[in-house]
Design a protein around this ligand. Structure first.
Ligand code: TEU
Ligand code: CA
Length: 552
């Protein structure tokens, strides 16, 4: 195993810029705001910042619709601000990874404006254009992730273009070599500026399966892992990635362990690692994410253990409970029904994830135990996926009533992750002096950074401690993984081994007290979320023991 990749020993912190810190009172988080909070991140102990998009964008999809890859959105500041952020982060020993969104652009990108202007425009083939199937029908039944058809008719030329997300997000045609070269040039431009890597948005969707492209009137497909995706990534690797000392992580919905071994192969021919989505899909149902089902622990254990053992020696895991597309970790996987359980379960979840093999990602506010938002109506919602789903499921198809859908949005909507960072107990949580673009969670009165920073028992202090342990014990980074009792429906236990040492992790995922917890011999308690260990596992208790390996 290659031991010298810095990103294996690192902890990543994801910033959603619009919601992190506003510096000028317009209610929108910005780059100057991020700079003003770098010392907070340094204090937490993280190594790498992943910045969600700050590029020029009409902001139809929270900046994931980019109209100029080499300009900064005026909502967030200027290119000088961005350069200053890189410089100030680097001064503190922090690296900055940017979001790379190249499956699609905004429909306002100069490339698309040209492409749509006429059938014989030189950039026509930079996007995916098809004739309709017979009269007035879409080329095929391909569906957008954001509801409705993935084909939009352009009146000017009478053809349809593909958009796997919003209609304002046309998909680039990666089969066109000029497109690939333009993307690589842009990537090198940012890397030459000092960016430390990329998180690559839906990168396993850049090559479209033949069924998706056929003007056949036929049904759609799951548009992932198309025939040339590895060819393109290996080319990108040769043309860009391998020339720099950087970290890359691919966002790859629908990828299996076997496929991840290739995307994240340890020979560095493609990406450093990928995000798997089996865990994020654990509580979805017939209508996708819009249901009220809660996950079952044995299933969660099965998924995580399969990824732990399945990638060992082949590829590197990314570890995350949440991101800007997901509900808050403690509300979804823990217990936010009262403050005591919220604090305990937030620490338990952090323990469970940070002691596994892989690079942990903390989503902003997770380190405070921030929760989902009590949205009351559609007027509280900003996210296009949620608004489109509401229109489809409530207004068009009458599958849910308003109240039923609001309950589902409170559980699963992406805006849960996008309410502003809770810096203090003031009305707008210290996020802005103006009117925030999306409401601050009222629980900022009790859940906020100011009250947690100096409190040794806070969720924040617990995260600090977990991160520090990673720097001190190589077994946390490199140890192998085994799970002694996969069938236990209440406790998640696993063991990490490295050289002669071992780490024994025990997490109670329930609010119950559990008897007869076997304590490993010749091992000391490294960290736990209760003051003194007792003979039982208390509600949401987490413990990590460190000692000599019980194997030869
Ligand atoms: O997300 C891709 C993706 O698969 C999501 O649409 C996911 O299925 C959904 O958000 C779950 O609710 C990426 C970005 O992370 C997301 O913010 C963008 O909207 C999307 O790509 C399009 O760029
Ligand atoms: Ca601002």
């Amino acid at each position: 195993m290659d031991l010298c990749n810095w990103w294996k020993e690192a902890v990543v912190y994801q910033i959603y810029p619009r919601s992190f810190q506003d510096s000028n009172g317009d209610g929108i988080g910005d780059i100057q705001g991020i700079i003003s909070r770098l010392d907070y991140l340094k204090d937490l102990g993280i190594d790498i910042i992943w910045l969600s998009p700050v590029y020029q964008s009409p902001n139809i999809d929270g900046g994931y619709d980019i109209s100029d890859y080499q300009a900064v959105s005026s909502d967030f500041g200027t290119m000088e601000d961005m350069e200053r952020l890189l410089q100030q982060a680097h001064l503190r020993g922090l690296r900055v990874v940017m979001d790379l969104v190249v499956n699609h652009t905004s429909d306002q990108h100069a490339w698309f404006l040209e492409s749509r202007s006429s059938k014989d425009n030189p950039k026509r083939d930079w996007y995916i254009w098809r004739d309709g199937f017979q009269d007035g029908e879409e080329p095929n039944g391909l569906r957008s992730v954001f509801s409705g058809s993935a084909w939009e008719k352009d009146e000017q030329t009478g053809q349809y273009y593909m958009h796997l997300f919003a209609r304002e997000q046309p998909d680039l045609n990666w089969e066109n070599a000029e497109v690939r070269e333009a993307v690589y040039r842009m990537m090198r431009w940012w890397l030459d500026k000092g960016v430390d890597g990329f998180r690559m948005d839906v990168i396993n969707m850049i090559s479209k399966p033949p069924e998706a492209l056929a003007a056949s009137g036929g049904a759609g497909c799951e548009c992932v892992n198309g025939p040339y995706v590895h060819t393109y990534l290996q080319e990108m690797n040769r043309e860009v990635l391998k020339r720099y000392d950087i970290m890359t992580v691919g966002e790859t919905p629908g990828v299996t362990v076997e496929q991840a071994r290739q995307y994240g192969a340890s020979d560095s021919s493609e990406l450093s690692m990928i995000f798997q989505f089996e865990l994020m899909d654990i509580d979805s149902g017939a209508l996708g994410k819009w249901n009220l089902r809660r996950y079952a622990l044995p299933e969660l254990k099965r998924i995580l253990s399969r990824w732990q053992t399945g990638l060992e020696g082949f590829a590197w895991n990314s570890l995350f409970w949440s991101n800007h597309d997901q509900p808050r970790a403690v509300s979804r996987f823990g217990d936010d029904s009262n403050d005591e359980n919220r604090v305990l379960s937030a620490k338990m979840l952090a323990t469970c994830l940070h002691m596994m093999q892989g690079t942990p990602y903390i989503y902003q506010g997770e380190e405070l135990g921030m929760t989902n938002m009590p949205f009351s109506g559609l007027e509280d919602i900003r996210d296009i996926e949620t608004v489109n789903a509401y229109n489809e499921l409530v207004r068009q198809k009458h599958i849910y009533t308003h109240d039923e859908m609001m309950a589902r949005i409170r559980k699963s909507g992406r805006d849960n992750a996008r309410t502003p960072m809770q810096w203090n107990g003031a009305q707008n949580g210290g996020f802005t002096n103006g009117t925030p673009w999306i409401a601050v969670n009222p629980n900022t009165k009790t859940i906020n950074a100011a009250s947690q920073a100096g409190d040794p028992d806070s969720v924040f202090s617990y995260y600090k401690k977990l991160i520090r342990l990673r720097k001190q014990y190589p077994v946390i980074v490199y140890g192998s993984y085994t799970e002694p009792d996969p069938g236990d429906e209440r406790v998640f236990a696993y063991t990490r081994r490295w050289g002669g040492s071992a780490l024994y992790v025990r997490c109670n995922f329930t609010a119950e007290t559990i008897d007869n917890i076997e304590v490993p011999r010749n091992a000391e308690l490294l960290i736990g979320n209760y003051p003194e260990p007792v003979e039982t596992m208390r509600p949401y208790e987490a413990r990590v023991y460190y000692g000599e390996s019980d194997e030869g």
